[in-house]
Design a protein around this ligand. Structure first.
Ligand code: FAD
Length: 201
């Protein structure tokens, strides 16, 4: 299958990006767009986290629960977003304007790729080595990394969000970064006219 957008990483920024993109798929400019997310979650920082300081999350919410409830929220509300589970991305190659994303099990093609991995080392995806740099907003002793980008944009069709984009590691910041990339992509599809997706009572 060829995707219009393929999000890589099923943690905070990746799932938030998928939710906002999914919520925009009913718009005329997004008609027939195919969005997918590679929901590898084993390496997510959510696995061991516990939250008391995130607006809207009940105190004591476990990150491991959000990994599950996030997938369900995506399925229940935006089932047209393809969820690809239990696959890890190995390489990404730009082939004449289309990205070839190889996992340990399959190969996918996508016009736009959103990298939503986190800032942990080692960064093992082949094809992106030139963009890796030391993280600019993390403790130097922790030796974190980010990808070179300008406001989440790396190059045509390639975006990064969350801690890998250089954000500080806070749930709300990572989520906002994923939402920001989603609205950038929706805006692109809407010929540069700015897009936000709101539901109303
Ligand atoms: C112990 C702990 C406690 C925390 N407590 C708080 C807190 O109280 N308040 C707060 O605001 N923040 C807290 N945080 C920070 C918060 O969890 C992170 O800021 C947030 O998870 C970062 O989101 P992210 O999308 O950048 O990365 P992640 O949520 O880690 O998501 C990255 C995703 O990429 C996937 N991935 C990695 N490699 C590949 C690959 N090759 N192919 C496909 N997928 C891949 C991972 O499996 C994961 O699903 C805590 C973090 C930790 C570790």
């Amino acid at each position: 299958m060829i995707f219009d957008v393929l999000i890589i990483g099923g943690g905070v920024s990746g799932m938030q990006c998928a939710l906002v993109l999914g919520s925009g798929l009913h718009k005329p400019f997004a008609k027939d767009k195919k969005v997918g997310i590679i929901l590898h979650q084993r390496a997510s920082h959510l696995q061991n986290a516990l939250f008391n300081n995130v607006l809207g999350l009940p105190s004591g919410t476990l990150g491991s629960k959000i990994l599950e409830s996030g997938k369900k929220q995506l399925t229940d509300n935006y089932s047209s977003v393809s969820q690809i589970e239990k696959e890890k991305v190995i390489s990404i190659v730009d082939h004449q304007g289309v990205y070839r994303v190889r996992t340990n099990k399959n190969e996918y093609k996508s016009t736009v790729v959103v990298l939503a991995l986190n800032y942990s080392k080692p960064f093992s995806i082949q094809g992106l080595e030139d963009y890796v740099m030391p993280h600019q907003k993390a403790n130097l002793n922790k030796d974190r990394i980010q990808l070179k980008n300008e406001n989440h944009f790396i190059k045509k069709g390639l975006y990064v969000c969350g801690t890998l984009a250089g954000c500080r590691s806070q749930f709300a910041i990572a989520a906002g970064s994923g939402a920001s990339v989603a609205t950038d992509i929706l805006t692109l599809w809407n010929d540069g006219n700015h897009v936000k997706i709101h539901d109303k009572i």
